[in-house]
Design a protein. Structure first.
Length: 122
């Protein structure tokens, strides 16, 4: 699990890798490499791989942000939703997994109680 004091480093890294400035930096790096070094087939392949990595990271970041915005809107629109769910995306992945496990255990326990009360157990 990442240290809370180092969490900001990963957040900045994700933000920077998904920003348009990352493409500009990669382009400038390629130009500098071509001017001061011998760029060959392998160098071009490295630049293409970095470009594709940034492209995929940006697309995933955009999709993730859109999904979070939609889910937040649904949680705010539904009066019975718990307010702590809209802040769950700010937690560490391990904490989210623990939260989901606790919720599944609660659901399993609730299902058993309902099954016992109705005479059905699945």
């Amino acid at each position: 699990m990442a240290s809370p004091s180092l969490r900001w480093v990963t957040q900045i890294g994700v933000y920077l890798a998904a920003s348009p400035y990352a493409f500009a930096i990669l382009f400038l790096y390629g130009i500098v490499w071509a001017v001061f070094g011998a760029i060959d087939f392998h160098g071009v392949a490295v630049l293409v791989v970095w470009f594709m990595t940034l492209f995929i990271q940006r697309a995933e970041h955009r999709d993730t942000q859109a999904i979070h915005a939609k889910l937040d809107e649904l949680l705010h629109a539904h009066g019975g939703a718990r307010s702590n769910l809209s802040k769950l995306d700010e937690e560490e992945p391990e904490d989210i997994e623990k939260f989901r496990e606790r919720e599944h255990q609660k659901d399993d326990a609730k299902g058993k109680r309902i099954g016992q009360a109705t005479g059905r157990e699945d």
